[in-house]
Design a protein around this ligand. Structure first.
Ligand code: ADP
Ligand code: MG
Length: 245
């Protein structure tokens, strides 16, 4: 469903171009969850932003459901992007909008009418367990509730693919579990294919079938979580695993 091929992205650095992504390739089969892990600065967020072309890669291909997004421009790119839900890193809700108003944003952008928006927002808030918070404002929610609203918003336009960048960072284990449950429901109930950036191996073990380990912009491991946990091949992967006791 998601296929990234030889993706490269450099930013200007103090001592010349900095390769945030260096020949990155990975595959996420339809209906599965793939974890992207790796140390800070490894290029995880850049990857999560390059897949929906929020950041344009220097070279390589990004195929989502068979379409190469890099080749698209203008309206065709906008339409393809709408098929990809994004939960950005950090607190991304609009504070001056209610929970329902935040979730409705992509529907407004897609031109849905008011009645359609109300029904869809209701379904989504039900899905993430926040039906009673529709009228609340982001400041009145806990961190975990805010992230669940961000997931609901990302799912509003019925995307085939969901990209979530550190959706559980700074959350305690119980709250983390509630956010992961929502991602799992998106996969099972909506058939969404999920890519989740995290530095938390608990997240990987709990919901990911496959994993890609990034280090210095390169994929140093990519495969099933079971394989990685039983025989990590790279130093970056070993560093992520808890010591044996
Ligand atoms: P991660 O999410 O794994 O922590 P990022 O993808 O945010 O890593 O960053 C990868 C590298 O690219 C870092 O060295 C970062 O400083 C650099 N970088 C990311 N975005 C930009 C940008 N917009 N301009 C310049 N450098 C950037
Ligand atoms: Mg990041």
């Amino acid at each position: 469903m998601i296929s990234v091929e030889h993706l490269t992205k450099a930013f200007p650095g103090p001592t010349g171009p900095l390769r945030a992504l260096d020949d990155v390739s990975l595959e996420v089969p339809a209906g599965t969850v793939c974890g992207v892990v790796g140390p800070s600065g490894a290029g995880k967020s850049t990857l999560a932003r390059c897949i929906p072309l929020l950041e344009r890669p220097d070279s390589g291909a990004v195929r989502v459901d068979g379409t190469d997004l890099v080749a698209l421009r203008g309206g065709a790119l906008r339409d393809a992007r709408r098929r990809i839900g994004v939960v950005p890193q950090g607190d991304s809700l609009l504070r001056q909008r209610s929970v329902a108003g935040n979730v409705a944003l992509p529907l407004e952008a897609a031109g849905a009418d008011r009645a359609e928006r109300r029904v869809r927002v209701g379904e989504l808030l039900e899905l993430v367990g926040l039906a009673d918070k529709a009228a609340a404002y982001p400041d009145q929610l806990s961190g975990g509730q805010r992230q669940r609203v961000a997931v609901a918003r990302a799912l509003a336009a019925r995307p085939r693919v969901l990209l979530a960048d550190e959706p559980t960072s700074a959350l305690d284990p119980t709250t983390t579990a509630s956010v992961l449950d929502v991602l799992e429901r998106a996969r099972v109930e909506l058939g969404v294919t999920v890519l989740v950036v995290t530095h938390d191996m608990f997240v990987v073990r709990r919901i990911c079938a496959t994993i890609a380990v990034l280090d210095h912009g390169r994929v140093v491991e990519h495969g099933s979580v079971l394989d990685l946990v039983t025989r990590p091949g790279s130093r970056a992967a070993t560093a992520l695993l808890p010591p044996l006791d």
